[in-house]
Structures are given as C-alpha cells and as structure tokens.
Design a protein around this ligand. Structure first.
Ligand SMILES: [Zn+2]
Length: 229
C-alpha cells in the first residue's frame, strides 16, 4: 500500500496549492512552510478590529473576523482563486479548517448553533459546480463540529422585468438579495455567517438584514481574507 502510494506520488506529483512546490509525504493541500507563513489577522481575538468597526451603527453583528490578510506574496489570493475558478475544492476545506481552529480559541465565537454560508447565485453555482462559501463552511464545520444550516438563507429569485427597473429600484433590490426559509429553525440561535472575502461588507450587510428578521438571533461573521493592514 505504501509502495503504491509512493508510485502514485511519483506519477502524479502533488503540489502545494499556495506556492506550487512539491508536497512532502504527510503534507496535504498546503505545504508546512506556507501554513506557517500565511498572514493571520488574529482578529477573532479582538472584538474592536477594523472589520467589526465597518458595521458599527449599521448592523449589530456579535463578532466579525477574517482569518488572513491578502498577502504580498499572493498566496492567499492564489488559494481563493483556485477555489473559485479551478475547481480546487480542497483549498476551501483547508481555508475553512484554518478558520475553525482559530474560532475554537475565540471567546466571541463560542456557543454557535449553525453555520450559514452566503449563498451563491444559482446560475453561478451551476457553472462552478459548488458554492465556494459552502465549501469553506464544510471545513469550519468539520473542525468545530457545528452543523451547516442548509437552505435557510437563499438568493431571491429575480424576474426578467428586473432589467427594466430604474436604477433606484434596482438598488433597492440589491439590498434585498437574500430571503429566509425556515426562520423558526434559527429562532434565538447563534449563527456563523461565512463568506470568502470581506471587502465593502455590502453582501454581509444584506445577508445580515435578512437574518435579523429572526427573533433573538445572534450573528457572528467569519471570512477567509481581507485587505492588509
Ligand atoms: Zn507552499
């Protein structure tokens, strides 16, 4: 079996998804050096971090974090790009696992009942074959042992008439791009909203707005990456 594995490795060399170097035996997806060098934010330990501040006075999230800064070396970008455009599901699992390990140590992220990935537009999901946020959520779920709430938050279905609407009406619609299904399931629960990157915060605002309709809900946010400091 070991010989067979070595032979497979020889014929199909496995490379690090972040730097492209050959993986050693026992290494998976990302090499040990990259795991050590990827720039962690540590934001989960700092309730007043810059990402949390983005939502002050706008959305009462319990906590907001990103696991990594977009790195100068481009390794974090490379991992996300592979996940989104090159069918590298394992990158998403790895990134989710890294988030999960950090959150296990973070006081603000304890007692989470469900993980909710930001839903992808169904058309995009069909092309990609999966929702990248869901894959990241799977990685987190495995480490934290918390279930994913499937199909609770969904993208609103638009009709063809949408294109005829005025700019202002369209903006209204952008703000309401998400809908809730089974809101009873989330009543008085602590949920972890998961997305790949946090840039303007518009998507999370919109998802938060939909989720806030649930009585007694507590929403924490975890993302893979944000702009550097
Ligand atoms: Zn590497």
């Amino acid at each position: 079996m070991k010989l067979f594995k070595s032979l497979i490795n020889l014929l199909f060399p496995r490379t690090c998804a972040a730097c492209g170097n050959l993986l050693l035996e026992g290494e998976d997806t990302v090499c040990t050096t990259c795991r050590f060098l990827l720039p962690k934010t540590g934001y989960e330990q700092h309730p007043d971090n810059p990402l949390a501040q983005m939502f002050y006075g706008q959305m009462p999230f319990n906590a907001v974090m990103a696991e990594f800064f977009f790195s100068k070396t481009g390794k974090v970008q490379h991992l996300i790009h592979g996940l989104k455009y090159h069918h590298c599901r394992e990158n998403g699992i790895f990134l989710g696992q890294e988030i999960g390990k950090s959150l296990l140590q973070a006081p603000d992220y304890q007692g989470i009942d469900f993980i909710i990935p930001i839903p992808l537009h169904p058309k995009k999901e069909k092309i990609r074959g999966y929702n990248q946020s869901h894959v990241i959520a799977e990685g987190i779920s495995g480490i934290m042992n918390i279930p994913i709430a499937e199909k609770c938050l969904v993208r609103s279905v638009f009709t063809a008439t949408q294109t005829k609407k005025s700019r202002e009406e369209r903006w209204q619609n952008v703000k309401d791009i998400f809908e809730l299904k089974n809101p009873e399931k989330l009543k008085r629960k602590h949920v972890l909203l998961v997305d790949d990157v946090l840039t303007t915060g518009a998507t999370l605002m919109s998802a938060g707005k939909a989720l806030m309709q649930v009585e007694g809900i507590k929403i924490s946010v975890a993302t893979v990456a944000c702009a550097g400091n």
